[in-house]
Structures are given as C-alpha cells and as structure tokens.
Design a protein around this ligand. Structure first.
Ligand code: TRP
Length: 465
C-alpha cells in the first residue's frame, strides 16, 4: 500500500494541536489545586524547573520516535525496537490511553452539565447547596452518562474527519478561543477587591513548607500536564513534517502549557482569596482537601467563589461561571482528541480498516469504559467498587501514578541506551541540517537525569522514601 500518510498542514497547526493535547484538565483543574496544597509560589517555581529538566527531554523522546517511524504508537516503538521486547512499550501506551480516555471523558461530561447549570441558574446557593448539587449529579443513574456520551460523540466527530481537517482545524479554532476566555476571566478575577492576596500567593515564594512531597508532586504534575508517557505526542509527531524543528517545537509547547497553567492560577486564586478571608488556611488544611482540591475545587468551590466574588452583580457571576466551564470543556476536548487519536491510528493502521471505522471502534469502546467509570464515581454502586476504591479512582490512580511514569521511564531507557545514537541525532537535527547544539545535554538528561527523577517519583509513591 502506498497511500500518503496523513500530516498536519502548517507549523502553526502543529503547535496548536500539540499544545491542545497538553493543555487540559491538568492545567485548569489539577495544577491550581496542587499549587494550593503545596504552598503556592514555591510549588510554581519547582514545577517550572521540572518541566524544563524533565518535560522537554521526555517530550523530545516521543517526538523522535513518532516522526522517525511515521506510524501509530505501537508500531512506532516496534519499528525502532527490531523485535526486542522494547516494542511492548508502544502497545502498553495504547492500552493506557484507553483507560485515561475512559475517566477523562467523564470529567469532561461534568463540564458540559455545568455549562448547562450555569445558564439555567442552578448553581445559585451556598457552599453546602453546591456540594449537594455536585454529589447528587455525579451519582445520578443517567445524567452524567448522557453528558459523557455527548462529549465522546463530539470528539468522535472531529477525529473521524481526519488529521488536517479534523484535529488541526479544530485546534486552530479552539485554542485561541480558550486563550481569550482564560485571559478575560483572569482579568476579571484579578480586578476583584482583595484579589492581590491571591496574586501574591501565586508569585511570592515561601519555601518553609517545601518538602520531598512538593518536588515529587511537581514532577508528577509536569508529566501529566505535558501529556507524556503513553504515546499521545508520539502519535502526533508521526504527522509532523520532515522539516519540523523538534527541539524548538518542544520548547514552545512546554512554554504554552506552563503559561496556561499560570493563567489558570491567576483566574482561580485571586477570586478564591477575594471570597474567603481565611483562604490560605483553607488551602493548606488537609482536612478540607476533599472540598478545596480534587474535583471539589472546580465543581464545588468555584461556583460558590464566582457567586460570592461577584455578589454585587450576580449576572456577571453567572456569566463568568458560564465562560469558565466553556473554557474547561474546550481544554478537555482538545486533550481528549489526542488520547482518542492514539487508539484510532492504532486500529486504522494495524487492522487495515478505514479511519472512520477505527474511530468508531475507539469511540464505542471508550464510551463503554466511560459508562462504568461514570457509574462508579463516588462509590455509590457497590459492584463497581474494588478494594474500597471505585473503578474511576482506580483508573485515575493506575494511569496517572503508575502507567504514565512507567511509560516515560522505559522510553527514556529505550532511546537513551538502546536506539543507536545516530538515529536519535539524525531526528533531532533533521538529518544534520540543524546544528543540534543541545544533543549532548539532551542525551545526558535522557540517560541519567530523567530515569532517576522518575524512579524517585515511584519510590515516593510506594512509601519507600
Ligand atoms: N495533558 C492533558 C491535561 O493536562 C491530559 C492528557 C492528554 C494526558 N493526553 C495525555 C495526560 C496523555 C497524560 C498522558 O489535561
């Protein structure tokens, strides 16, 4: 078969689609609560160090493998692995992708419900009212499932249109919109009376609370936020052009992702501090973690924060909530597209079926996983609870804390120690047409620094250190 492989059409498309994968719930939901729990500015600084030291080299790994092999993640690894067991990393990535998609789409569905709820004015009430609203909704037998399915279908529609007409076009439309929404809400939030305490929480570092957990939390967050560890970026890189400057693209994408995380902080903390006089202690109190972090922050606390912050002008509060959940949905959708594409490309190329059929299989399977994840949330149905944790929490834990770092670690070892150096250098320098000044640093990072850092995350998670 000699059919042309799909490609992204433009440089801007490459950056926006890949940044779209990186920017997601991880930036707007997970980053703020991690920052809140870990003392604000100090965490931000450590996080930035992590994305530079760990994020850029690991992103380059995936770019190199994907663009070299010009194939879906599973085949890309096996092409470079020459039949050795290293090829299994790619397959493992595809498998992990299914699991992440299954619970990611559930949270995305919640965002849609909240768009509806902010328009319908359902979020007006005190803190316990909103908490009750969220709990009742998330445990409802069909509402969250319905929104989840709608979100999955939106993603399906885009993916089945193809790489250039689907993913690239959608990203070019959605990413600028997301950025504008983010800036508008961040400005509104920073103009509130009392907002400056939130701004200084984010930018005035206090290193007194920093411990090993802060470092490892930042490392894990860098991984998640940059979509590393399961071949999302590898699949996208297989659609890059031969003359795409990999190092430059990686740096740009990391910069965009970090900028958006900071803007998300500027959107949330000033409003949070403006609404609660005791904001700092609320964030630091582990007893309150269930409400002020995790799903709680975005779906329970924020509706309330918007209401209180704009209590003089309730309509503005509602509008801000509406814009916020629209933004969150956009961010989630572009990330979900990249997760979906990993498996779609896999079925399309491995089973030799059309892209549309490939996408159809993925959508059906992920929707099925999503139904179980959704029904299991909050442990309300016993048959979906294993060892005290719901299927939802299991998938979140297994993928985020075990599978992704494992994938990242193995990929570093694979490229650093197994794949011939010349191949890696050729890709990084576009067959010698670029100077490749950073090749030495990159190789050192991939051989030693990254594997050791990732290993530390692991040891920490299992309580060894
Ligand atoms: N990076 C995305 C976010 O910040 C989530 C995501 C998409 C992801 N694809 C991934 C995370 C692959 C890990 C691996 O929300």
């Amino acid at each position: 078969m000699t059919t042309e492989r799909a490609n992204f059409g433009t440089k801007l498309g490459i950056i926006l689609a890949t940044a779209g994968s990186a920017v997601g719930l991880g930036n707007v939901w997970r980053f703020p609560y991690m920052t809140g729990q870990n003392g604000g500015a100090a965490f931000l600084l450590i996080y930035i160090a992590c994305v530079v030291i760990l994020g850029v080299p690991c992103m380059l790994n995936e770019f190199i493998i994907g663009r070299r092999a010009q194939a879906n993640t599973a085949r890309a690894y096996s092409k470079l692995a020459n039949g050795t067991p290293w090829r299994l990393i790619g397959l493992f990535g595809v498998f992990t992708g299914f699991m992440i998609t299954g619970y990611y789409v559930v949270v995305s569905g919640w965002c849609l419900q909240y768009i509806y709820a902010s328009v319908a004015g359902h979020l007006n009430g005190d803190a316990s009212f909103v908490k009750n609203y969220f709990d009742t909704f998330a445990a409802h037998p069909w509402k969250p499932v319905l929104w989840m399915l709608i979100f999955m279908l939106m993603c399906h529609f885009i993916i089945s249109r193809g790489v250039e007409k689907g993913i690239e076009r959608a990203s070019k439309l959605m990413m600028p919109l997301l950025f504008i929404l983010l800036v508008v809400i961040a400005v509104a939030s920073c103009l509130l009376p009392g907002a400056s305490r939130g701004v200084s929480f984010l930018f005035n570092p206090d290193f007194s609370g920093v411990d090993s957990k802060t470092f490892l939390g930042a490392l894990g967050q860098a991984f998640y936020s940059l979509s590393l560890g399961m071949g999302c970026l590898c699949t996208y890189a297989s659609y890059f052009k031969r003359d795409t400057h990999l190092t430059k693209s990686a740096v740009q994408i990391v910069a965009i992702d970090t900028l958006i995380a900071v803007l998300a902080g500027l959107m949330i903390f000033p409003a949070f501090f403006a609404s609660y006089p005791d904001a700092a202690s609320k964030l630091a109190d582990p007893e309150l973690a269930g409400q002020y972090s995790g799903p709680g922050l975005v779906f329970i606390t924020l509706p309330n924060v918007f209401q209180q912050a704009f209590s003089n002008a309730p309509l503005i509060g509602e509008l801000v909530a509406l814009l916020f959940y629209s933004l969150l949905s956009l961010a989630a959708l572009t990330s979900l597209m990249s997760l979906h594409e990993v498996s779609t490309a896999f079925f399309h190329e491995e089973l030799n079926i059309s892209r549309k059929w490939g996408a159809g299989i993925v959508t059906a399977l992920c929707a099925l996983i999503g139904v179980f994840c959704s029904l299991s949330y909050g442990n309300t149905r016993e048959w979906l609870v294993f060892a005290g944790q719901s299927v939802f929490s299991w998938f979140d834990f297994l993928t985020g804390q075990i599978f992704l770092p494992t994938g990242g670690l193995l990929t570093c070892l694979f490229l650093g120690w197994y794949v011939p150096k010349q191949i890696v250098k050729d890709e990084l320098t576009n067959e010698g047409t670029l100077r490749g000044r950073f090749f030495g640093i990159y190789l050192f990072a991939v051989r030693y620094v990254c594997p050791i850092c990732i290993l530390l995350i692991f040891l920490h998670q299992f309580g060894v250190i």
